[in-house]
Design a protein around this ligand. Structure first.
Ligand code: ADP
Ligand code: NI
Length: 212
């Protein structure tokens, strides 16, 4: 198992190092570490959790024309070359398809314990100081404005609407990031989210004070 995890680390590192939208290797590494930490108290199959954390952004739909299947496909093909067990591969692929945020008012995916932990770890990296940095990096990568008072945030009801959204980066805090604290799946993650959430709120109040 350790060999498969190590080979997966090499594979993902090679593929995502230097990526410029905030979905780079170091994002994946933090999610892997955080998921491993959450699993210490929340349990679950650590092998599945680590593989899913490592492979969750191998081909994100945001960078692949909204294609939700491609990440799981690439991960599944890769794990097959390592002769991982089929039940493990299927579980990891299922998590990869479901973890991504798809809009504030869309129906929530049903996740296994392992999926819940990976989703929480990914979401913890979307909030706090790191979350703020990643949001503006992503905005720049997509050529978006930082702030535009004429474009108001929307709580998207469908994934199709959420996908098409091209609003300024600051709107992303209201459309997703400030909601994440209450969407955490596990108690361990909820307590980790609190301080990061408060930091984002104080950042935003300073931001609005400066621009308004
Ligand atoms: P998820 O799959 O749940 O969206 P990711 O690991 O793909 O999680 O990372 C999402 C991060 O990408 C967000 O937290 C944010 O930093 C950035 N991002 C995604 N969409 C936007 C957007 N419309 N505007 C600004 N940042 C965005
Ligand atoms: Ni991610």
């Amino acid at each position: 198992m350790k060999k498969i995890v190590d080979e997966t680390i090499d594979f993902v590192k090679n593929k995502l190092i230097g990526e410029g939208s905030g979905h780079d290797w170091w994002h994946v590494y933090r999610v892997y570490k955080t998921a491993t930490l959450i699993a210490k108290t929340e349990k679950g199959n650590l092998f599945v959790i680590q593989l899913a954390a490592l492979l969750h952004d191998i081909a994100d739909w945001k960078m692949h024309d909204g294609n939700i299947e491609i990440g799981a496909q690439i991960a599944g093909d890769f794990l097959t070359t390592l002769n991982a067990e089929i039940t493990i591969i299927e579980h990891v692929c299922d998590i990869i398809k479901k973890v991504s945020f798809k809009g504030a008012k869309t129906k929530r995916e049903i996740l296994t314990k392992e999926g819940q932990i990976v989703q929480d770890a990914d979401r913890l990296d979307a909030i706090g100081a790191v979350g703020i940095a990643r949001t503006f990096a992503y905005g720049g990568y997509k050529n978006r404005e930082i702030y535009n008072p004429a474009i108001k945030p929307t709580l998207h009801k469908t994934f199709e609407q959420y996908k098409k959204n091209a609003g300024p980066a600051i709107n992303h805090f209201y459309e997703k990031l400030l909601l994440l604290k209450d969407l955490m799946n596990t108690e361990t993650s909820k307590s980790m989210a609190t301080q990061r959430h408060e930091f984002m709120k104080s950042y935003l109040s300073q931001f609005h004070q400066e621009v308004e």
